[in-house]
Design a protein around this ligand. Sequence first.
Ligand code: ADP
Ligand code: MG
Length: 390
Amino acid sequence: MKLDVNVLRYLSKDDFRVLTAVEMGMRNHEIVPSELVDRIAGLKHGGTYKVLKNLLKYKLLHHDRSKYDGFRLTYLGYDFLAIKTLVNRGVFTGVGRQIGVGKESDIFEVAQEDGTILAMKLHRLGRTSFRAVKSKRDYLRHRSSFSWLYLSRLAALKEFAFMKALQEHDFPVPKAIDCNRHCVIMSLVQGYPMVQVKQLQNPETVFEKIIAIVVRLAEHGLIHCDFNEFNIMIDDEENLTMIDFPQMVSVSHQNAQMYFDRDIECIFKFFRKRFNMSFQEERDETEVEVDENSRPSFYDIIKDANALDRELEASGFTKKEQNDLDKFIEGGLEKSKDSDEDEESDDEEQTSEPIEEENLNEMNSLQLQEAEQRSSGGAEAEAELDDNEK
Ligand code: ADP
Ligand code: MG
């Protein structure tokens, strides 16, 4: 997906007001009826309709007439709302090049006024795992009422909360700077993902450091669940940084041991293949040896099983939000990590977002009334609209 931030410059106060109105309407509607957008935005003389056209032109909204005339945000529209809010807050002043395309995110450089470069991660939950998920009917039923917007926001919130907590416990992670909607701002990690590294000066040391991180995480009650060469960054001095936390689970999770063993196995496998390291059973004279008695055993680790809940609670991430996100993410966790069966182009937002027509909430008059009450009179709504007008 292209993030043409130049468009930001062409957007007026009214454009953002209407965009925010659509976002607010999406709390109750997958597709927000045009009249509701108009009512929330409250622009005079039919101004909303002109603005809607402009937003459509820039692909910030999607127009849907299948059930009634309405609109929803596209990823790009949601990106712009988050970016605008963060720029207003003074977190950064400009967006630069894209530095990463993750499975469920896009990463960009952003610049602060003094020239400091940070990393911006835009979460895109439901983008690549959509196809895999679609085949699981029971799973889909669970989350029919969750939108990609909501899930992506939760993923960002969780990632931000963990990054902060892990940093406080001296884990090597990027510095968490700020978070808004589905967007996390963090320090830019120097170095490269391990997957790009062909040679190491001290493979054994690096290997041991990595395994030690997995073990220490478990001692703190956590399992990364996607701990592999894509999510470990390394610099020229062979310092490590661990990234990518939305899928972390507690050691009290029912599949904890499996996830833990899988993280460990990924590291073993990578070092065996890439750096020709051998472990106990398969050692031969020509290979690099690792002094290692056995793999860390999940059961031998003394774990603080409530740490995760505590950290999340402290960050204001509710139990319900955690459950909603877990339901979605676990569908992905169950899959083999190496499979790329669900890679797909991210250009077509229509097909890649997890909302299916059949699952759209039927709009009824009661809902409409509710939404109107919430949106037209509420001080919260006004504040929100004003927030984006600065
Ligand atoms: P995903 O959840 O989509 O896998 P990641 O957080 O793993 O997203 O980020 C994807 C890629 O973006 C990483 O492999 C890395 O190359 C790059 N990246 C992510 N965060 C940073 C950062 N803070 N600094 C530098 N590069 C980063
Ligand atoms: Mg990743």
